[in-house]
Design a protein around this ligand. Structure first.
Ligand code: SAM
Length: 218
């Protein structure tokens, strides 16, 4: 265990006290070195239950939100997962601990490159990182049993709905650029989606063909 192990255990205790029950998720959080995924200048804050800046105007999301999203995914260890919005790569690493294969798409090349480097350094081997517009999904590897979108979107991007397997679970923050609701959609055999809203959240916007339009601030 590295010198941050005690902080990870504290974070696990805090998330558990806040209602996270899935043992596989808590185990992943106790094992993945979150401090390696944040800029060195804020490493001392890596195990706080809060979102942190990672450069390029983007954030690593709050651990509770990431843990809740992972719980909603109900991963079995045999799943093929698509993540939209790699960011720092931290949630990618959590997913990789709980799933078979993780395909992740990031629109900002510098973030994707940094995430690739740290994921490789931490020894994850079941992750593929693509630079591009994740609202288009990653058709070559579809269908996915789970799709997690880590940025705010006005509605479920149609390509992601198409690339979701029957019975698959799509987890995404739906709303405007400021406030969203974490939402779970489950694809039915007839192709329709059963939707459940989970909690209020705040994410950076999903910028792309099936998300928000880009601007200079993003
Ligand atoms: N889960 C990440 C982590 O653990 O660090 C945090 C993700 S951050 C909240 C959202 C990310 O989505 C940003 O890195 C942003 O650049 C990315 N993003 C926004 N629009 C995107 C798009 N259309 N395709 C891929 N990534 C996108």
């Amino acid at each position: 265990m590295d010198s941050y192990g005690g902080y990870r255990s504290q974070l696990v205790g805090e998330l558990s006290a806040k209602g996270i029950r899935d043992l596989a998720v808590l185990r992943a959080i106790s094992e993945v070195p979150r401090h390696l995924f944040v800029p060195e200048s804020i490493r001392h804050r890596a195990y706080q239950d809060s979102a942190l800046p990672i450069g390029g105007g983007q954030t690593i999301s709050q651990p509770w939100v990431q843990a809740r999203s992972l719980e909603l995914a109900k991963l079995t260890g045999r799943d093929r997962v698509l993540e939209v919005g790699t960011g720092s790569g931290y949630q990618t690493a959590l997913l990789a601990q709980c799933a078979d294969q993780v395909f992740t798409v990031e629109r900002i090349p510098a973030l994707a490159q940094a995430a690739r480097a740290v994921l490789s350094a931490t020894g994850a081997r079941n992750i593929s990182v693509l630079v591009g517009d994740g609202t288009l999904g990653w058709r070559a590897y579809a269908p996915f049993e789970v799709i997690i979108v880590a940025a705010a979107t006005p509605e479920a991007p149609q390509p992601l709905v198409e690339q979701l397997a029957t019975g698959g679970r799509l987890i995404l923050p739906i709303g405007d650029r400021v406030n969203q609701v974490l939402t779970l959609m489950v694809k039915q055999p007839d192709g329709s989606l059963v939707t459940r809203t989970v909690s209020d959240v705040r994410f950076v916007p999903l910028i792309g063909q099936f998300g928000f339009a880009g601007d200079l601030a993003t």
